[in-house]
Design a protein around this ligand. Structure first.
Ligand SMILES: [Zn+2]
Length: 272
């Protein structure tokens, strides 16, 4: 099986490249400098991972999981069968996820080792989309699963708008040049909605042109960055009042707090 090759993004100590899965998932691979071993994030499907790593002559060091949804975890068992049951699987402290060997119970600094690779990372609890959702900050690369997308955010399946608001704040407060690696290519549809919410946002309009070109060339629109998301993502604009008039008009109700604006914006997108 030959797989579509996407360019890697270079960070100081590692490179990151995506493996496409299902219709619009990216399984991000983290390849430490001068190593033939990689870590994969959220392998919902094992087959494309096995195909890509075989083609690139890479081995699997370890697996990182952000939350329990099947399209992020469904490949764990088959990857362990293929690459060996000793492969460490780090993820939320949620017994519902089959195959996690190292549950990560609290936020903070971790040093993960597997094979001859080490990852130093900061773990963030980011509940909202699900209650068990975590995000991994490795140097200046954030792997945030379904919490924040380019120009959008994850649906509220389990958490409250207040929880999602706090989670998005954690991401918004990271250094502006932090690269953001969400698990889905939802950018064009998110941009379409974002333009309804913020019709006068020039940064949003110009990035939309860029994103359309990338997708025409079948290239990922990701990674994004904190700076870009602060400029174009309406879900990160709930703190200021710019969204209040359009939300009040749409829902015929007051949109007078940040959490209310996030909740109304999310419901609007859910019904689009
Ligand atoms: Zn999900």
């Amino acid at each position: 099986m030959s797989v579509m090759e996407y360019p890697a993004t270079q960070h100081q100590h590692f490179a990151v490249f995506p493996i496409a899965a299902f219709n619009d998932n990216y399984i991000w691979c983290i390849q430490p400098e001068s190593s033939d071993q990689v870590w994969v994030v959220d392998p919902g499907d094992a087959a494309p991972v096995i195909a890509a790593l075989t083609q690139k002559k890479l081995r699997l060091a370890g697996i990182l999981i952000t939350h329990h949804h099947r399209d992020h975890t469904g490949g764990i068992d088959a990857l362990l069968r293929h690459f060996g049951k000793q492969t460490p699987v780090y993820g939320p402290d949620n017994t519902a996820i089959h195959g996690i060997s190292h549950p990560l119970t609290k936020q903070g600094d971790y040093r993960l080792t597997a094979g001859h690779t080490t990852l130093s990372l900061q773990l963030y609890a980011v509940p909202g989309h699900t209650l068990d959702h975590i995000a991994y900050l490795i140097d200046d690369a954030l792997f945030c699963g379904d919490t924040l997308f380019c120009a959008g955010c994850g649906r509220l399946f389990e958490g409250s708008a207040e929880q999602l608001y706090q989670s998005l704040q954690k991401i918004a407060q990271l250094p502006q040049d932090t690269k953001i690696y969400p698990a889905h290519e939802y950018t064009l549809s998110n941009l379409k909605f974002a333009a309804m919410a913020e019709p006068d946002n020039q940064a949003l309009a110009s990035f939309t042109e860029q994103a359309k070109q990338l997708r025409q060339q079948q290239r990922p629109t990701l990674p994004s960055s904190v700076a870009r998301e602060l400029a174009i993502n309406p879900f990160l604009h709930c703190d200021d009042a710019r969204l209040a008039p359009i939300l009040s008009q749409h829902w015929q109700t007051a949109a007078d707090s940040a959490v209310t604006r996030l909740k109304l914006l999310r419901q609007w997108k859910d019904n689009c």
